[in-house]
Design a binder for this molecule. Sequence first.
Ligand SMILES: C[S@@+](CC[C@H](N)C(=O)[O-])C[C@H]1O[C@@H](n2cnc3c(N)ncnc32)[C@H](O)[C@@H]1O
Length: 272
Amino acid sequence: MTEFSLVLALIAIIVLIAPLTIWSFLNRRSKMRKLEHLYNESRQRSYHGSKPWPIKTVAMDTVIPGLTRDEFGVRTAHPITIHGGYVRGGISALETTLLATLASSSERIFEFGTCTGLTTHNLAQNSPDSAKIVTVTLHPDELESTEKDSNDDPGAHEESLSESRFTQFVYEDSPVAHKVEQIFSDSKLLDIEKYRGTMDVVFVDGAHTYSYLKNDTEKALAMLKPGGLLLWHDYRGKSTCPDVFSFINNLSKTLPIHLIEGTTLACHRKEA
Ligand SMILES: C[S@@+](CC[C@H](N)C(=O)[O-])C[C@H]1O[C@@H](n2cnc3c(N)ncnc32)[C@H](O)[C@@H]1O
């Protein structure tokens, strides 16, 4: 074979092989995307029957710059410290990472529903020294003060009462306890005037009944600063937390709300 025909043969191989390699790469990537889509849809269907969820899912870094997630987990722009463990009423490790990252650039945070105080502790230990975390919870002696509306899910009402048994909290003996303002109150009786327009972040995770979600959300929106972020926990579909699901879905008709990927956190950013 001459040198010329060798070069020709080589060019022919490249011309044939290169498109084949590119085609096979694109084909594999598109198959992986389809599989990922099917996986996400089947997860949603297991909560919500055959219809897709009404609110759109967004990537973490569109809500919290510097927080990225891929198949190998999450990466935070700044180091965070997590107090972990599964506790009553608690949130997932990914949700904790997200809230802790948010806390690192937040001066004022309000939490509806303290429970054990684990999330409160994570917010306090990751926020700046000058930060303040205000958290409200129902005292076990005040269960009678709660008002259940006729449309509230009875299961969610019972659960909110059974979670209201804590009077001591995880953060209390920690070096960041001074950042926390603990309030014991039924959230419907809570006067929020002194917090109006001051909060960078409000986390709604108190009673999971429709009438309380409505009350807590109205108060949250009033307490947020322009540009502040509102997060609701437990947007899990209609069979698991029905009132959270229907409340958020209804509200999303008039307010921009998104679900943060990989979490049960629905979010709304107040206009700046
Ligand atoms: C799901 S737990 C909160 C979990 C906590 N945010 C965490 O991440 O660990 C719900 C909390 O809401 C509180 N809660 C229930 N009903 C309430 C009400 N009517 N007013 C204020 N807090 C209430 C419960 O006492 C409980 O502490």
